[in-house]
Design a protein around this ligand. Structure first.
Ligand code: ATP
Length: 326
């Protein structure tokens, strides 16, 4: 591990359930192997504005079951500037931090990549985002919990949708990726999923209506991925009102409740394994990689690949929703 003695850990971007489990695993694995750990507060903001504290094994006690992140998270404009990153580097050096573990989404890992290249800092990333939208990994930390939260919410919406014989458009997060919408639709038995990956291929709403998706049923639930380009569920509801007024469409935007809650066992295990592997990676001399999981194995993914992921349309998943909703 060369001269690395002290490792900084931070959570950045949108919070995700399981981030705490990851912070715990990073901290304890590092201390177990003889390194010192510094907890950096509010993501890159803590680096730029010097908000850091020494972590002991106790600092991460009793957090594995907690949602959110004890380190806090933030979006830090200053870090996107060369001056901000210079300040971050100086603070990091003054604190004696030799390497970083960054837990966050694609923005956070893009920042890590730039910082690592500019200042030759060893950084290992962990995919911490409910969106599951990073390249080279089958899963991100927080995705499973968010998916379960969505399923629980949709089960409740179905009760009222069935009673009133209504069409419900349920908007879920995803950051222009349809994983939560599509797999949420499969798991909750929804009638359809409208996802950004399919947006350019077909008018999904017109397709749904032309299939007469509600005719044989007394209610319908459609999971809609957030999409600033189409206006998401609100945009679709507007279109339905104008183009298909025979449908009584209602919108539920699940919003930030998808980020909260105690992480599932799957997320805790993933975060614990990935967090521990981040320290092993630094010990092995790995630099500027994200820990991912592929077919159940932990893998190292260069930041360049992790952050330039293009969503592939899951045709089988889409077909499954269609087939099972007849
Ligand atoms: P989520 O996927 O949950 O939204 P994220 O990590 O993608 O999380 P962002 O807001 O995109 O969230 O990024 C978090 C922070 O990372 C930004 O506020 C900024 O400080 C830093 N960052 C993002 N992109 C860059 C970049 N290209 N260069 C430097 N820093 C960046």
């Amino acid at each position: 591990m060369g001269q690395i003695k002290r490792i900084g850990v931070l959570t950045s971007g949108g919070d995700a359930p399981g981030m705490n489990a990851a912070v715990r695993a990073v901290t304890r694995t590092a201390i177990y192997h003889g390194y010192e750990v510094i907890g950096i507060k509010r993501g890159y903001y803590g680096l730029v504005f010097n908000e850091m504290e020494r972590f002991t094994t106790k600092s991460v006690s009793n957090i594995i079951q907690q949602g959110g992140t004890i380190l806090k998270t933030a979006r830090c404009k200053e870090f996107t500037t060369a001056e901000g990153r210079e300040k971050a580097y100086e603070n990091m050096k003054s604190a004696g931090i030799d390497a970083l573990v960054v837990i966050g989404g694609d923005g956070s890992l893009s920042g890590a990549r730039t910082f690592a290249e500019e200042f030759d800092v060893p950084i290992v990333g962990l995919p911490g985002t409910i969106d599951n939208d990073l390249g080279g990994t089958d899963r991100t930390i927080g995705y499973d919990t968010a998916l379960n939260t969505i399923v629980e919410a949709v089960d409740k919406i179905r009760d009222t949708a069935t009673s009133h014989e209504r069409l419900f458009l349920v908007e879920v997060m995803g950051h222009m990726a349809g994983y939560l919408a599509l797999n949420g639709a499969i798991a909750s038995g929804a009638e359809a999923a409208i996802i950004p990956e399919k947006e350019t291929e077909i008018d999904q709403l017109a397709d749904l209506v032309s299939r007469g998706f509600r005719k044989s049923k007394n209610s319908a639930i459609v999971l809609v991925a957030e999409n600033p380009e189409t206006g998401g569920a609100m945009g679709l509801a507007k279109r339905i009102k104008e183009e298909f007024p025979e449908y009584d469409a209602r919108v539920t935007i699940l919003g930030h409740l998808q980020r909260g809650g105690s992480p599932t066992a799957a997320d805790r295990i993933l975060a614990s394994k990935m967090g521990a592997q981040a320290i092993i990676a630094l010990m092995e001399g790995q630099r500027n990689v994200m820990i991912g999981t592929k077919n159940g194995e932990l893998v190292y993914i260069p930041f360049s690949k992790a952050t330039t992921h293009k969503q592939k349309l899951d045709i089988q998943g889409m077909e499954l929703v269609k087939m099972l909703s007849i």
